[in-house]
Design a protein around this ligand. Structure first.
Ligand code: SAH
Ligand code: SF4
Length: 377
């Protein structure tokens, strides 16, 4: 199979064009087609000479994601299930910054990206890891999630009928930017696909690429301490979210096997390094699961960690997964947990939308679709 053009960095493209004896100004022209105009085929690239388009076609593929399924209405959270070239499925979630809170839809959007098909880390509560790990996403498959959602949105705007999914004839490059925040919280463990993720994020961050500021990109990890240290030494100022879900080893170990490999002391030491090099850029994610980690006894050790790392805490009531025994605690328990944390001087938020919302963690739509497919074949 040919490498995909969007998996190449700008420097790699420049080297390639040099060996082809193509003038340097052709590179920004190509980048404009790929990332500003989100072209889906070589033939559209009308200002590139035919001979160059042929060379590109012979040497590179230009894949786009195929929409397999979509959940959610316009102007609310929308979940996209994509089919990859090899038939695997991944999910991307589009979250409006302010879902019609004040009666008008917001133009700012956060996009939640997947980085792997499945996940090897097997957290006991998570749909993404239920069937294990299949493969890493290539850089272009990570980047395409942004481009495909923006293409889809433009088509919906252009025709007023999103189901048609037709591409607008010639989208205006900058006016049609939709996504201004990225959270790497979809399927997979991002730091276990480190090289491809970083390559993709460099393109998504670049002004000629996605144009999304590094401080508007949050990478969520289940706690891979060595990779957190590596990320701390990258020049880009990404935000880091740690999926903590337990403030003591005993509680964390029960639901997250990764805690055996990197227990809390090791994880927190790596976060310390990140905090020292990057400043106040860490969030601690804490899903509340009934009878597992929602006892008030967890709030004190959690506050100690949060205060030491200058981190804020996001409390997220668990979203039940078909076939798994875990439940979310009652509203009173969640509110009580939040109040106790705040009393200990921690900046914390509690996600309050009602149960079963599609806003919930990634992996569930894919799981459902794969199970449906398995039962029909
Ligand atoms: N692998 C990375 C990123 C993907 S998971 C990580 O674990 O951080 C993104 C977030 O969704 C994690 O905090 C994860 O613990 C959480 N999550 C997974 N399943 C969930 C569920 N059923 N309800 C609520 N949050 C869930
Ligand atoms: Fe993997 Fe994250 Fe799910 Fe754990 S919570 S199984 S690390 S995707």
């Amino acid at each position: 199979m040919l490498p995909d053009i969007k998996s190449l960095t700008r420097e790699e493209l420049e080297r390639q064009f040099k060996t082809w004896n193509e003038p340097a100004y052709r590179v920004p022209q190509l980048l404009d087609w790929l990332y500003a105009r989100r072209a889906t085929g070589w033939d559209a690239m009308s200002n590139l000479p035919k001979s160059l388009r042929e060379k590109l076609r012979e040497n590179f593929s230009l894949h786009t994601l195929e929409l397999a399924r979509k959940q959610g209405a316009a102007d609310t959270t929308q979940k996209f299930l994509w089919r990859l070239a090899d038939g695997q499925f991944i999910e991307t979630v589009l979250i409006p910054a302010n879902p019609a809170l004040y009666g008008e839809a917001s133009d700012r959007h956060t996009l939640c990206l997947s980085t792997q098909v499945g996940c090897a880390y097997g957290c006991k509560f998570c749909a993404s890891g239920l069937d294990g790990w299949k493969r890493n996403l290539e850089p272009h498959e990570i980047i395409e999630q942004v481009l495909a959602v923006e293409r889809w949105k433009n088509a919906a705007r252009g025709t007023g009928h999103e189901a048609q999914g037709q591409a607008a004839p010639s989208p205006k490059p900058t006016a049609s930017r939709l996504v201004d925040n990225l959270v790497i919280m979809g399927m997979g463990e991002p730091l276990a696909n480190y090289e491809n993720l970083l390559k993709a994020l460099k393109t998504l961050n670049a002004p000629w690429g996605g144009g999304i500021g590094a401080r508007k990109i949050t990478i969520s990890t289940s706690g891979l301490a060595p990779q957190i240290r590596r990320l701390a030494n990258e020049p880009m100022q990404f935000r880091l979210a740690i999926s903590l879900h337990g403030a003591t080893d005993a509680v964390r170990e029960r639901i997250m096997p990764v805690n055996k490999k990197y227990p809390l002391t090791e994880l927190v030491a790596a976060c310390d390094d990140y905090q020292k090099l990057k400043g106040r850029m860490i969030t601690l994610e804490f899903i509340l699961i009934a009878g597992v980690n929602d006892a008030l006894a967890q709030t004190r050790p959690l506050a100690v960690l949060a205060n030491r790392l200058y981190a804020k805490v996001n409390l997220i009531p668990y979203n039940p997964v078909d076939g798994l025994p875990w439940q979310r605690p009652s509203e009173e328990v969640c509110e009580g947990f939040l109040a106790a944390l705040e009393k200990l001087g921690v900046t914390a938020t509690l996600r309050r939308e009602k149960g079963g919302d599609i806003d919930a963690a990634c992996g569930q739509l894919r799981l459902k679709t794969e199970r449906e497919l398995a039962s029909t074949t």
